[in-house]
Write a protein that binds this ligand. Structure first.
Ligand SMILES: Nc1ncnc2c1ncn2[C@@H]1O[C@H](COP(=O)(O)OP(=O)(O)OP(=O)(O)O)[C@@H](O)[C@H]1O
Length: 208
């Protein structure tokens, strides 16, 4: 059931970001990927999603290369990039509806409303997200985590713009996901608190 990266190499503009990197993400494990700006965390995450190809190496899910059946892998995956990836002219509700349609999932207005309620967006769910604050936009994006049953979460700087209450909410959700046997790899420039549960640290150095 694990996600395994084997001997990954990634080169950007003649700079080797990482070489022969191997790692695994097991059910019930939270991996916290750390590293300075430009080290290659986003590049690694994108390779782990199967959206970007490594210069060498393979990503396996449940024992098979993800490229064998990328649709099946994406069914089991939530990837949230470092930007909220919202359509600014649509409301939070409409964004969730659109995202769920992209995932071939049914939009349940009640479930979507409850997720937005958890995230403190009640009363703001029907206005264009461009009118929301940065932290509220992040919250609208994170609502996806409550709406798609997926075992693998790959999250790129999900805490960006969140206040302390938002951080606590997300860390608690992490702990539940992992306790339920989920897999989670997240990047962040701030330490995770104990609330997130047991964490496996993974460090990516900046290579010249
Ligand atoms: N498509 C691309 N073309 C050229 N260079 C790229 C490309 N994508 C990433 N890079 C370079 O690769 C390096 C690593 O970028 P990446 O976004 O993976 O770093 P990061 O560790 O996530 O950084 P940060 O903490 O700032 O988000 C950067 O120097 C970046 O300029």
């Amino acid at each position: 059931m694990s996600l395994v990266a084997s001997e990954l190499t990634c080169i950007k503009r003649d700079r080797v970001l990482f070489e022969r990197l191997s790692m695994s993400l097991e059910p019930g494990q939270l991996v916290y990927l750390r590293g300075p700006n430009g080290a290659g965390k986003t590049s690694l995450l994108r390779i782990l999603t199967g959206l970007a190809a490594p210069d060498a190496g393979t990503v396996y899910f449940q024992g098979a290369p993800v490229s064998n059946d990328i649709a099946a892998y994406h069914k089991a995956l939530i990837y949230l990039g470092h930007k909220p990836a919202l359509n600014s002219t649509l409301s939070a509700m409409e964004n969730l509806r659109f995202w769920l349609a992209q995932q071939y999932l049914t939009f349940d207005p009640k479930a979507a409303y409850q997720a937005l309620e958890k995230l403190g967006l009640v009363g703001l769910e029907d206005i264009p997200v461009r009118l929301l604050s940065a932290g509220q936009q992040r919250r609208a994006a994170l609502a996806r985590l409550w709406l798609k049953p997926a075992s693998v979460w790959l999250l790129d700087e999900p805490f960006t713009a969140l206040d302390t209450q938002g951080i606590a909410l997300l860390e608690t959700l992490f702990a539940h996901h992992v306790a339920d046997g989920g897999m989670l790899l997240t990047t962040s420039h701030q330490p995770l608190s104990k609330r997130a549960g047991p964490v496996t640290n993974m460090d990516l150095e900046y290579r010249l």
